[in-house]
Design a protein around this ligand. Structure first.
Ligand code: FES
Length: 180
């Protein structure tokens, strides 16, 4: 029997033991079983599930599905998730803003840009706006120090930030989302 199929049947057996999670775990299994059941693909699996979730996070069922598929303890998946700041166990906003707080960006005015961002969103770092549109997070160097201070919103990089530019970017995204 192909190892993936083997793991699939094993997970299905486990699902019988967790009826409330069954449906969600089935969904996640459908996402991760394109990878061979090997630890080296754990990050890709977690990443794909987080991308799939509209609230950009990893529910408990996701961790369970990955642990069972890889045949490893749930604690091992949980510790991987907590090690990487790109993963969240809490529901997040539609757009994830990651502002760089490493020294080169700080030296170019990053602190005042962060204050402008908090003001524009009316939230603190680690929070989500009440309309569920934005989550604000900090990050270390994004690798674009040439355009410091910089941030990422979802997969897009924004550089040479100023307080005015922050206002424009946030307004533009709000407008775009309202139009859809
Ligand atoms: S230090 Fe901010 S992008 Fe490198």
């Amino acid at each position: 029997m192909h190892p993936q199929t083997d793991q699939h049947s094993k997970v299905l057996k486990i699902l019988q033991k967790y009826p409330p999670f069954r449906e969600k775990m089935h969904e996640y299994l459908g996402i991760i079983e394109k990878y061979p059941p090997s630890r080296e693909h754990m990050l890709d699996m977690l990443h794909d599930i987080q991308e799939y979730e509209p609230k950009h996070y990893l529910p408990r069922e996701a961790l369970l599905a990955v642990a069972e598929y890889l045949n490893i303890p749930l604690a091992e998946v949980a510790s991987t998730v907590s090690f990487y700041s790109m993963f969240s166990l809490e529901p997040r906003g539609k757009h994830i803003i990651r502002i760089c707080v490493s020294p080169p960006c700080q030296a170019m005015g990053g602190s005042s840009v962060l204050v402008a961002l908090k003001d524009a969103l009316n939230i603190d770092v680690g929070s989500t706006t009440s309309d569920g549109l934005f989550t604000l997070e900090t990050t270390s160097c994004l690798g674009v120090c040439g355009v410091a201070p910089a941030m990422m919103i979802d997969n897009d990089v924004y550089g040479n930030l100023t307080e005015e530019k922050i206002q424009r970017i946030i307004e533009e995204i709000r407008r775009r989302d309202a139009a859809h």
